[in-house]
Design a protein. Structure first.
Length: 223
């Protein structure tokens, strides 16, 4: 009897683990149209086609990856793809002392990429808790970028000894993509062609309800 009990215990355990994973995966973060977030930056080569499948020309303008559980998919496109956000740099908080720039800079980005869920790091927020700054969203700005001036991130290197603070506390606001720098360039809008509609979705302006993406993961039953 004891020998039989072992496999059934594992079956129950496996079922429970699967149940946890499926419940966890469906808990995408619902966020309001404005609030606070963190901003980091990452390297995205010019003309690179990122997770959403936005056109190569989208990289000629400011773009960002969004933390996975807010992005809304574990792979390929998510409901956040194509959305535009006005991001405003507020302060750094890892530097000693924190840095509050004399001038608050803003930038409108389009979400074209996924910042993968991690156990630590800035894209680790889930519905169970925020990232280390207390925020549920992290925008990972594609930077340097030909569309963003090299002094976009303010700093005081004479005082801190470095110019790149790495992570910023920001405010964000969901905006219509007509406010995005690439809006008047048709080649920068929409999805790449030839990949099939099943693997790409980059809405030109998701604030227009006739123009949204669903979650690739939910669509395809992927956790
Ligand atoms: C994310 O990582 C930070 C440490 O970097 C930790 O304080 C925080 O609790 C983590 N959040 C989640 C939801 O795991
Ligand atoms: C981010 O900025 C808001 C508004 O100024 C502030 O309330 C919050 O404490 C800041 N968070 C961090 C981690 O600096
Ligand atoms: C940099 O910080 C130092 C020390 O606080 C200050 O005297 C100087 O004016 C700052 N420079 C700029 C450009 O803000
Ligand atoms: C972005 O936010 C800043 C600060 O709130 C504001 O001054 C600016 O007009 C906004 N830009 C857009 C395009 O919404
Ligand atoms: C929303 O998108 C549709 C389809 O692209 C377009 O015909 C319509 O004019 C758009 N509406 C607004 C308010 O921009």
């Amino acid at each position: 009897m004891a020998l039989l009990a072992i496999p059934s215990f594992f079956k129950i355990f496996a079922f429970f683990a699967f149940f946890l994973v499926s419940v966890f995966a469906s808990e995408w973060i619902e966020y309001s149209s404005n609030g606070f977030a963190t901003l980091t930056h990452y390297s995205l080569p010019l003309d690179y086609i990122a997770s959403c499948g936005c056109t190569a020309d989208s990289t000629h303008y400011p773009t960002a990856a969004l933390s996975q559980m807010a992005y809304g998919s574990s792979t390929a496109y998510g409901p956040a793809c194509g959305r535009c956000f006005n991001l405003t740099l507020l302060n750094t908080f890892l530097s000693v002392p924190p840095f509050y720039p004399p001038e608050q800079k803003s930038i409108v980005v389009k979400v074209t990429d996924l910042c993968p869920l991690s156990t630590a790091g800035w894209c680790n927020a889930t519905t169970n808790g925020p990232n280390a700054a207390g925020h549920y969203l992290n925008f990972d700005l594609a930077y340097p970028s030909t569309s963003i001036s090299s002094d976009f991130f303010p700093s005081n290197s004479s005082y801190y000894g470095y110019t790149d603070f790495g992570v910023w506390n920001i405010s964000y606001e969901s905006v219509a993509c007509s406010g995005w720098e690439g809006w008047n360039d048709a080649a920068a809008l929409g999805s790449v062609t030839g990949q099939g509609p099943a693997s790409v979705c980059c809405a030109a302006d998701p604030t227009n309800s006739s123009n949204t993406c669903t979650s690739y993961s939910d669509h395809n039953g992927i956790a």
